[in-house]
Design a protein around this ligand. Structure first.
Ligand SMILES: [Zn+2]
Ligand SMILES: [Zn+2]
Length: 122
């Protein structure tokens, strides 16, 4: 029971938040209204089955939406270009994305950093 007593929710729309480390300085992300905030900005609500179901759905949608995101400075184990270390111009995976990968990456990046930019400005 202890693990599921509370659930962190969005201060804007009240939906369960996704915990993320992808977005620098925004540990919480609301996939519903795209709110993002720091670790102390969330609202703690009592755990209910309904909230858990909502969370599971939002987490699934979030994971789907950001799965194309390629973090900077990352090498992919199963990528030939990443493994050819001698090529300085192709050092990281982000530097040699295919057209499809690039489209998915840009889409995810826009979603993830839209709200983050707002936080920085505040
Ligand atoms: Zn929200
Ligand atoms: Zn690569």
């Amino acid at each position: 029971m202890e693990k599921n007593e509370t659930i962190e929710c969005c201060p804007e729309c009240g939906n369960p938040l996704i915990s993320t480390f992808i977005i620098f300085s925004a540990e919480w992300f609301c996939f519903k209204c795209k709110w993002a905030g720091g670790i102390f900005d969330s609202i703690t609500k009592n755990w209910t089955e309904n909230r858990q179901i909502k969370y599971n759905q939002l987490k699934k949608d979030f994971d789907n939406a950001v799965k194309g995101y390629v973090p900077p400075g990352c090498k992919y184990e199963n990528c030939d270009k990443c493994n050819r270390n001698e090529l300085k111009t192709d050092k990281y995976h982000l530097w040699h994305l295919t057209k499809i990968e690039k489209t998915a990456h840009e889409k995810a990046r826009k979603l993830l950093f839209f709200q983050h930019n707002k936080i920085v400005r505040n």
